[in-house]
Design a protein around this ligand. Structure first.
Ligand code: CU
Length: 645
């Protein structure tokens, strides 16, 4: 399915008021409650190779935050005889099995259900159920994979579903026939709740929020594992928006990608490692990871507006305009003593990994670094800039030193124990997340979540400091950024590149070119903190590594292209998110690459002869945002060579 435009109300302080919930469903008695479906138990009754399942759609009242929080009316599925639930009941069979589904429509308008059908066909059947009627369908679950069914009561497509019917989704899992490949898993359905429309009739997306299995943070499930567990998740993005999903502290292996119609289950050699993977609207992902380090970790959407605090419904209810104002302008936008609970919202899952006995921190000597968080004014206002200053060893504190935004590139060495003392010279609390690094939980940078052995990572208050211990196990391209008040602090400078080089190797900034995408305070994507320099010079016959990184707030579909005469040349993809690709995945390919939020891509390129090329930055593969002339000069030349053509 195609991508829907992401609405990012950055800097729009104040939007029209919501006109409330729609009224298309049956009026009358108090609506029944809608339960959360954690997708642990599949619905239906298996009989002689056929799964019989009776589904109903009805209006109910859903309390996304807690029983006591504000309830909202939604349409939801239920299995007959069970409570309404969101997401809808999970259907699950082994490939080749048949499903016989009855659907009863208790809503006031005609229901169209998509996805209750076999997959190996060009167009999927739909089931049309008039109000008050029951219809049934029987089909073979013919292809292994992660799928879903979804309903619409407005006659519109998936991407147009809104407050009436956007919660009408259920997982449909078709397990492999080979029992050895049926490992225990968890299924998470991502949904989007939009509370209504504004006075102009526009869907009130800015007051909406996203959920995992019907729950927004802080009410999402706390996942609990033992150190050493293998974790297997299936994620279904049943929303008309995109979600770059980021796991803290670990790489996960992507085993399948698909959508409601088909699933590409990867062969082992096709599996990819990532700390962030972009789920386009309507798509699915099957992933696995190994919980080999204890502590508390997050799995969350890296599109900052999808994890913003204080959505429109619930005990934390707050007006949209006030919230936007505080997110951007206020030095503190929520209760700083309760950051983990109130400083995030929406698509956040927390994972606790219980330690094996004997787990402890390394206590030997470390390389010493200091990272100072700086800002340019003492009074709180929207124009305050933040930045970082980095010093090696025990150099004196650089009070008044020029701060940099993005922060300086931090170069670490693989397997070298390192300590980074983060000193906060700014007047606002902050914390640093080491994005993509396999680090101990306590140093991961999520105040109130990151923890080891009973120690909980604090925020770094003004004039305070926090000592981070890390020993990076692999060389690659990573990032560091604030994880507190991030919409404000990140768009005002608190982020930077972090590179790990192999033990004993020297960092060569000429052979390694970093292109870091971020969002400025005017909500525009920028490169390395500003406009791309108009020209970059390279030498012919020499290998270069281009390191692309995206830490924007809300630009998940930016694409780099290296072109000659407008056509992409060839480069070789060598690493993703800091993970070096295995040799069999290092193919030369056309030089265009989408870099989503929270991703890094390393591309190797060599120019055989002098010439003129260009590096283009495009949005969603179309609009040109920025362009840099790439001038390739002869190897021995010290001045700019004449262009060839
Ligand atoms: Cu998202």
């Amino acid at each position: 399915m195609r991508h829907a435009v992401t609405i990012a109300p950055l800097l729009i302080l104040g939007t029209a008021a919501s006109s409330g919930a729609p009224t298309r469903w049956n009026a009358g008695a108090a609506p029944p409650p809608v339960a959360f479906n954690d997708n642990r138990v599949a619905a239906g009754l298996a009989r002689a190779g056929v799964l019989d399942v009776h589904l109903e759609v009805d209006a109910g009242e859903w309390h996304p935050y807690s029983k006591d929080s504000t309830g909202v009316r939604i349409l939801a599925f239920r299995e007959a005889g069970h409570p309404l639930e969101t997401p809808g009941p999970m259907l699950r069979v082994i490939a080749g099995g048949r499903i016989h589904a009855w659907v009863t429509n208790r809503a006031a308008t005609t229901l169209v259900v998509h996805g209750l059908t076999s997959r190996r066909r060009t167009v999927l059947d739909t089931l049309v159920v008039p109000s008050g009627a029951t219809r049934d369908v029987e089909f073979t679950a013919d292809a292994e994979g992660t799928y879903y069914y979804w309903g619409s009561t407005t006659g519109t497509g998936f991407e147009k579903r809104l407050y009436e019917d956007a919660q009408l989704n259920g997982a449909l899992i078709v397990d492999p026939t080979d029992a050895r490949r049926r490992a225990p898993d968890r299924v998470f359905v991502i949904q989007w709740y939009i509370p209504g429309h504004d006075s102009a009739g526009t869907p009130d997306r800015s007051n909406g929020f996203f959920t995992f299995n019907g729950r927004p943070w802080p009410n999402t499930e706390r996942l609990s594992y033992q150190q050493g567990d293998s974790i297997h998740w299936r994620i279904i993005n049943a929303t008309a928006d995109v979600h770059p999903l980021h796991l803290h502290g670990f790489f996960y292996q992507i085993r399948a990608r698909g959508d409601d119609q088909q699933d590409s289950v990867y062969w082992p050699a096709q599996r990819r490692m990532a700390v962030t993977e972009l789920l386009l609207d309507g798509t699915t992902m099957d992933l696995a990871w190994l919980a080999d380090r204890p502590g508390s970790w997050l799995f969350h959407c890296h599109l900052n507006w999808h994890v913003e605090p204080n959505p429109a419904v619930g005990a934390e209810m707050q007006s949209d305009s006030l919230r936007d104002h505080e997110l951007l302008a206020g030095p503190v936008i929520h209760d700083m003593t309760d950051h983990a609970r109130t400083g995030m919202g929406g698509l956040v899952l927390a994972i606790n990994i219980h330690p094996r006995t004997g787990w402890h921190d390394y206590a030997g000597p470390r390389r010493q670094l200091h990272l100072y968080i700086e800002s340019d004014s003492a009074s709180a206002d929207t124009l305050r800039r933040f930045g970082y200053v980095l010093t090696e060893g025990n150099a004196p504190e650089p009070h008044g030193a020029a701060m940099q935004w993005p922060g300086p590139t931090i170069v670490l060495h693989r397997n070298e124990p390192t300590s980074i003392t983060v000193v906060n010279h700014s007047p606002e609390p902050s914390q640093v997340h080491w994005h993509g690094l396999e680090i101990d939980s306590y140093y991961d940078g999520v105040a109130g979540v990151s923890s080891d052995a009973g120690k909980m990572e604090p925020m770094i208050m003004p004039n305070d400091s926090f000592v981070v211990h890390l020993t990076p196990p692999r060389a690659g391209s990573f990032m560091y950024h604030t994880h507190i008040n991030d919409i404000r602090q990140q768009s005002h400078g608190l982020y930077g590149a972090l590179v790990v080089v192999d033990s004993g190797q020297r960092w060569d900034p000429d052979a390694n070119r970093i292109y870091m995408l971020s969002t400025n305070a005017q909500d525009k994507p920028i490169v390395n903190g500003g406009d791309m320099p108009p020209v970059a010079t390279f030498q012919a016959g020499r290998p270069y590594r281009l390191r692309f990184m995206n830490i924007t707030l809300d630009s998940p579909e930016l694409e780099f292209r290296l072109v000659r005469d407008g056509a992409p040349v060839q480069w070789t993809h060598v690493a993703k998110d800091g993970f070096s690709l295995p040799a069999w995945q290092r193919e030369s390919s056309r030089a265009l690459q989408r870099v989503s939020i929270g991703e890094t891509y390393d591309m190797q390129v060599e120019f055989p002869k002098p010439g003129e090329l260009a590096l283009e930055l495009r949005r969603g593969n179309e609009t040109l945002i920025a362009r840099q002339a790439i001038r390739v000069v002869a190897a021995a030349a010290t001045s700019v060579a004449k262009p060839q053509e």
